[in-house]
Design a protein around this ligand. Structure first.
Ligand code: SAM
Length: 266
């Protein structure tokens, strides 16, 4: 019978070709055993039973076929929230937390819309950070809205949901804050994406190109005076977006790529 320590070593070797393979192997083993990664080392000589090994093997095999570990584990940590993910939604990216942190410092009260909400990570984490906000989440995909509703319940926040195309469900209404991380990859870029993204994450959450921002160009009409909007953008879209939103500010992510666009209504 193999011990936890032996399985950690063997699994790390099995996933060695993946970036962070050893770390991913540890996360999978810890998840199956209901432990933290630290516990694996504290209990390294504990023998594993066959059923545990079967679960670990099955998950490691999925990983070796490029499936993102986040879908295998079923959840990620995002700005103080536990966010469940499955192939109906994009896996929240760490860069998006930069955007949320920036908004959280300003948007303490009033109405906030999270357009293109996916898993709901943005709207839900902002509501959790600033409970006086009134948050509405929207998406065109009903599967994504179902995941977002599940995540709102999991994180104990009261938010509302609307279904539809970009700002269409909000016709005739106004908000104080509008945040949107739309699908911004072009069809060409999509074809070149890493298989771990292209083969597993929903295409509807990725492909949109610059035309999605053209369709959002009237966003300020939906804002109350002094309201603001915040978009996540593709790193090579800065010039096109400066033309579309001449008064906006564009900021970079940790890698120095243009990634966020903000503007305030005067
Ligand atoms: C890039 S994902 C963002 C998900 C989440 N906000 C995040 O930051 O992780 C884009 C989301 O937009 C949704 N979407 C795509 N086209 C849309 C449209 N025309 N109107 C509304 N939502 C759309 C997709 O279903 C997907 O959930």
């Amino acid at each position: 019978m193999k011990t936890i320590g032996e399985i950690v070593t063997l699994s790390g070797q099995f996933l060695a070709k993946l970036p962070r393979g050893k770390r991913i192997a540890e996360e999978i083993i810890a998840d199956v055993l209901g432990m933290t990664r630290m516990d694996l080392y504290l209990q390294f000589d504990r023998p594993l039973v066959e059923s545990e090994l079967t679960h670990i093997r099955a998950k490691l095999k999925r990983c070796a076929k490029n499936e993102p570990v986040e879908y295998i584990l079923g959840a990620v940590d995002f700005f103080g929230c536990r966010i469940q993910v499955d192939p109906r939604v994009l896996i929240p990216r760490p860069e998006t937390e930069i955007l949320v942190e920036k908004i959280a410092k300003q948007a303490k009260t009033g109405v906030l819309w999270d357009v293109c909400c996916g898993s709901g990570c943005i709207g839900i984490s902002l509501k959790k950070a600033n409970p006086h906000l009134q948050v509405v989440l929207s998406d065109i995909d009903k599967g994504a809205l179902a995941v977002a509703a599940q995540n709102a319940a999991l994180n104990g926040v009261e938010v509302t949901f609307v279904h539809g195309d970009l700002l269409e469900p909000f016709q005739g209404q106004k908000a104080d804050w509008i945040v949107c991380n739309p699908p911004y990859v072009t069809e060409e870029e999509y074809q070149r994406l890493d298989p771990s993204v292209k083969d597993f994450e929903p295409k509807i959450a990725l492909v949109g190109g610059i035309s999605v921002y053209e369709r959002l160009a009237h966003v300020a009409d939906f804002l109350n005076p002094m309201g603001a909007f915040f978009f996540e953008i593709g790193c090579d879209q800065k010039t096109a977006l400066q033309t579309l939103f001449p008064k906006a500010t564009i900021e970079c992510d940790w890698a120095g790529h243009p990634r966020f666009l903000f503007a305030q209504k005067s």
